[in-house]
Design a protein around this ligand. Structure first.
Ligand code: NAD
Length: 415
């Protein structure tokens, strides 16, 4: 099928190369000329396992020219939906991209489907997106269809997750639209749930906020375990054998970050509030998660005064396997360390460039130099941190790097 993808970020680029690998003819549109240039040369602008290799294998067209989408069967909207300064979701990118898409398709005669892969508050596609798509006189159901096709990939494992989904969720304006979208994924033998558009938007948010809650829950158990001298990883292992609980997302530590879980919590909290419902549990999850990051700083203070100290930070990405520092717990840690008068020397194998945009004032050094600091905090569980020589050091571990137990002083955040 002819597929156009709007937005070449983590979701758009991964979807594009994977769909090309599945045999579809893919055109990607972005407004960022630097990204277009890099992808055009076969280089991925993001760090994601296997992406460079896949880019080299497939043919995709990448352009800033929206006219190139006019003969597509399906258009996947994958632009960002960040939080605004006020803490509400910003629909600016998604409405702009929808307007540009609408304009590009105004002369199109053959039926097409627009599928939303950006995460949106329930109701947004019907209330905001469809009215824009109908602005040029085209009619939903007659000229085109609309779907919500939520993406569940994890950064760091994005290609694997795209190619091996647990399920396909299709919110459809009508059967014809949903069936056309499903043709894209005909090689996947997985459960398919076809729903209303609004329900699909909610499934995405409910899934992510559940995962956030699960992490927050196990961290609460972990904080109690720490006080009791119990290893929370052993507790989680014991819990995880129970099929009703499952073993995933039970790693205690400094909590979740990224551009999805914190934002998706916020989207649902704000949406509920607008309707007069206070989502207290979700709010508590968000608040607790913010505090969890700072537990490593509190533990550190028991071993070293922060004022004037040089603190080494291992890990800046919100998780291993990505260069993405958006929403990373390391951001909160650095803020606090700096406000308490410490100097920070940081290392990350992939996310230093992105982190520099947020904190140009800290030092970015090699991992060996981090080890020479007065004390070290581990904030991301990169594999390479398992091979360092921690002997003689003071280490506060937020991510369970057991090798660091050889340090002179070692404290785990929940163990
Ligand atoms: P991103 O910021 O990495 O990429 C967005 C891209 O859209 C950028 O390259 C930007 O230049 C481009 N863009 C912005 N406006 C545009 C326009 N008018 N026309 C064309 N391109 C435009 O975002 P992302 O992380 O890929 O997330 C995209 C959406 O998918 C978000 O709603 C996010 O919540 C959701 N999502 C993200 C993930 C993830 O792991 N990152 C997973 C599932 C869902």
């Amino acid at each position: 099928m002819k597929v156009s993808i709007i937005g070449s970020g983590y979701v758009g680029l991964v979807s594009g190369v994977c769909l090309a690998k599945l045999g579809h003819k893919v055109t990607i549109v972005d407004i960022d000329e630097d990204k277009i240039d890099m992808i055009g040369k076969g280089m991925s602008p993001i760090y994601e396992q296997g992406l460079d290799e896949l880019l080299a294998q497939v043919h995709i067209e990448i352009t800033s020219d929206y006219r190139k989408i006019s003969n597509s069967d399906i258009i996947l909207l994958c632009v960002s939906t960040p939080l605004s300064e006020e803490g509400d979701i910003s629909l600016q990118q998604v409405t702009k991209a929808t307007e540009q898409t609408t304009e590009a398709l105004k002369g199109k005669r053959k039926y097409w489907v627009v599928a939303m892969r950006s995460t949106l508050p329930p109701g947004t596609t019907e209330e905001v997106i469809i009215p824009i798509l109908e602005r040029t006189g085209k009619k939903l159901g007659r000229d085109f269809g609309v779907c919500v096709s939520p993406e569940f990939l994890r950064e760091g494992r994005a290609i694997h997750d795209f190619m091996n989904p647990d399920r396909l969720i299709v919110g459809e304006s009508d059967k014809k639209a949903g069936s056309m979208l499903l043709n894209l994924y005909s090689s996947f033998d997985v459960p398919i749930l076809r729903t209303t558009i609004k329900t699909a938007e909610m499934i995405k948010l409910a899934s992510n906020t559940f995962l956030a809650t699960k992490i927050c829950f196990i961290n609460e158990i972990g904080n109690i375990c720490k006080q009791l001298g119990i290893d929370s990883y052993v507790v989680a292992k014991g819990m995880g054998f129970d099929k009703r609980i499952g073993s995933e997302f039970l790693n205690t530590g400094i909590g979740f970050g990224g551009s999805c879980l914190p934002k998706d919590l916020k989207i649902l909290i704000v949406k509920a509030k607008k309707m007069g419902y206070e989502a207290k549990l979700l709010q508590e999850v968000a608040d607790r998660n913010e505090k969890q990051a700072l537990r490593v700083v509190e533990l550190l203070k028991n071993h070293t005064p922060l004022k004037g100290a040089v603190i080494g930070l291992l890990g800046l990405a919100f998780k291993p396997g990505t260069d993405d520092a958006r929403g990373s717990q390391a951001i909160r840690i650095v803020h606090t360390l700096l406000s308490e008068g410490a100097k920070v020397r940081a290392y990350d194998p992939a996310a230093m460039e992105n982190f520099k945009k947020l904190f140009p004032q800290i030092d970015y050094v090699s991992k060996e130099e981090v080890l020479n600091c007065n004390a070290i905090i581990i904030a991301t569980e990169w594999e390479e941190f398992k091979d360092l020589d921690y002997r003689g050091k003071v280490v506060i571990d937020g991510r369970r790097i057991l090798k660091a137990k050889e340090a002179r002083v070692y404290e785990g955040v929940c163990w």
